[in-house]
Design a binder for this molecule. Structure first.
Ligand code: URA
Length: 431
């Protein structure tokens, strides 16, 4: 075995194409733990440096998808799923799922944990005290039939290979590779059983894909993998050069999604309703975009969407007090204000750094009340005018000693200059 994996690593190091059997052997060895972590990461690094072609990427995806149990949703009916390639302050899932479920579209959503500087929906669902991400597959299916939707985390016995590889990637500098991201995401989507998928592919400084071109390449790779595996896939290419909302931190991000479900309009609502609109149109529930948009608006204004979120949360053991009164999610702990030291316009926001600072702050602070009331709230977005001395961000913490240093770092995330830039949130929709 040792010789075989060494041979596979050497082959990829020498830019050779791997066979289906070799890729299967790698995935099996990872799952059976017959290879060492350093061999796995060595292979992953070789992939990052020399790449996998489409055939190899597809084979890796399928081997990974088969590396655990698979969920069969055929008795539930056609289910919709959505996935983001990872961003900061992105709670579109929490907005989309209840809207679609309230309109009769079945949603089977398996969500991930935070990776690198990005957030994870599974972590955010736990803001609802008592919420269980880890219900059984039978309950997952039962709840989709009963409520029209369920949100769970990646189950232990599903896509075992991704669990192991994902962790090693995050610790070995091997996250930002198109084939590895595509196989990680698509293996989970295939194993989870939904046959209709919308991918939110992010580009920009807080995305794993920094350029639009790479992001589109990732989108197209995932669409091609999905189609070959029998899934209908639509990708939306969206900007991740600033946090999607002004709120960073699980509690306040959930706050921002509830605000949108109660009618607030901002970038989050724009992106979420666009994705919901695509789902509605693709499912044939509306004849055109305007009709679909009206259905979404009605779901929000009638209160159907927010009631659906309550039902989804309650069914999985979560408390809905914070849905009734989202202000409960706003931090009441110490606040360190961050002041602008120059006037002009916000030209850039180093969003990956902000996400990272939030994670660091969260790890180092003592958290007493809720699972997470540590947050960074921005007062300015790209294109906004700023005056010298104005508060551009607020950092909420629990008497954290190095807060001055964090504040200096948060300030450094803002580039203020003379240009009034505008961000185009949605770049393209690819089928
Ligand atoms: N999300 C995933 O699930 N996997 C990746 O590799 C990146 C983002």
């Amino acid at each position: 075995n040792y010789m075989d994996i060494l041979n596979i690593i050497e082959k990829k190091k020498n830019k050779q194409q791997l066979t289906k059997q070799e890729i299967q052997f790698f995935v099996d060895s990872v799952c059976n733990k017959t290879i060492k972590d350093y061999q796995t990461t060595s292979f992953l690094m070789a992939v990052c440096l020399n790449g996998l072609n489409f055939e190899e990427t597809y084979n890796l995806t399928i081997s990974m998808a088969n590396s655990g149990k698979k969920i069969d949703l055929s008795d539930v009916g056609l289910c919709f799923d959505k996935h983001s390639t990872g961003g900061v302050s992105d709670t579109t899932t929490l907005v989309i799922v209840p809207i679609l479920a309230s309109l009769g579209i079945k949603v089977a959503k398996m969500s991930g944990r935070s990776l690198g500087w990005t957030g994870g929906t599974a972590d955010k669902m736990e803001v609802f005290e008592g919420y269980r991400n880890d219900i059984s597959v039978d309950d997952f299916k039962k709840l989709i039939k009963q409520n029209g939707a369920s949100i769970i985390s990646q189950q232990d016995d599903l896509v075992l290979a991704d669990k192991i590889i994902y962790k090693l990637r995050s610790e070995s500098g091997t996250v930002d590779n198109i084939s590895l991201i595509a196989s990680s995401i698509m293996s989970k989507k295939i194993a989870c059983g939904a046959k209709f998928l919308i991918l939110d592919c992010k580009f920009g400084n807080a995305a794993f894909m920094k350029t639009k071109a790479d992001c589109k390449k990732l989108a197209k790779t995932m669409i091609k993998i999905g189609n070959r595996a029998g899934l209908k896939v639509v990708a939306i290419v969206s900007d991740m050069n600033q946090p999607l909302t002004n709120y960073i931190g699980n509690n306040v991000e959930v706050y921002s999604s509830i605000k949108v479900l109660k009618g607030e309009k901002n970038d989050l609502s724009t992106l979420a309703t666009k994705i919901a609109e695509i789902a509605i149109l693709e499912q044939g529930l509306a004849k055109d975009s305007l009709t679909a948009q009206n259905m979404i608006e009605n779901s929000i204004t009638s209160g159907m969407a927010i009631e659906k979120l309550k039902q989804i949360v309650t069914s999985q053991g979560g408390k809905t007090d914070v849905i009734e009164d989202e202000n409960l999610l706003l931090p009441k702990n110490d606040c360190q204000k961050v002041y602008a030291t120059t006037s002009g316009f916000v030209e850039e926001i180093n969003t990956a750094k902000l996400g990272d600072l939030q994670h660091k702050l969260q790890q180092k602070n003592n958290v007493f009340e809720r699972q997470d009331n540590i947050s960074i709230i921005l007062n300015k977005r790209i294109g906004d005018a700023v005056k010298n001395g104005e508060v551009i961000a607020e950092i909420y913490h629990n008497s954290f000693e190095q807060i001055d240093e964090i504040a200096t770092n948060v300030l450094a995330c803002f580039k203020i200059g003379g240009k009034r830039r505008k961000i185009k949130l949605i770049e393209e929709i690819i089928k």
